[in-house]
Design a protein around this ligand. Structure first.
Ligand code: FES
Length: 109
């Protein structure tokens, strides 16, 4: 597992997200109103909607396509919906964000 610097927490608005392209697919990095940061696959378990364009509330995001609610902590769909996305280990070092990936090369979008 390698840690990659993906920018600063200040690059992400509160209750917002950004999408990071990696060799392992797109990863959504989310910042909650409480200033917590989470990384999960940017691919809704329903039909692949871009979760990084969804609405962040609490520690969850609502998919922009059909409103499934996904937990940022577990990657699981909440409520009656079933499915989950991969969560990505994330480290916040004084506002510098790092995610753990197996591959060596990546590019931030
Ligand atoms: S693709 Fe996300 S709710 Fe349908």
């Amino acid at each position: 597992m390698n840690w990659f610097h993906i920018g600063s927490i200040d690059d992400i608005p509160l209750r917002g997200a950004r999408c990071v392209k990696t060799p392992q697919g797109k990863i959504g990095v989310f910042r909650t109103a409480e200033n917590e940061v989470f990384a999960i696959e940017d691919h809704c378990p329903h039909k692949g909607g871009p979760l990084s364009q969804g609405i962040v509330h609490g520690n969850s995001v609502t998919c922009p396509l059909h409103n499934w609610v996904i937990s940022l902590e577990t990657g699981k769909a909440l409520g009656a919906d079933e499915g989950s996305v991969r969560t990505i280990p994330l480290r916040n070092e004084d506002g510098k964000l790092f995610i753990a990936l197996e591959a060596v090369m990546m590019a931030a979008e």
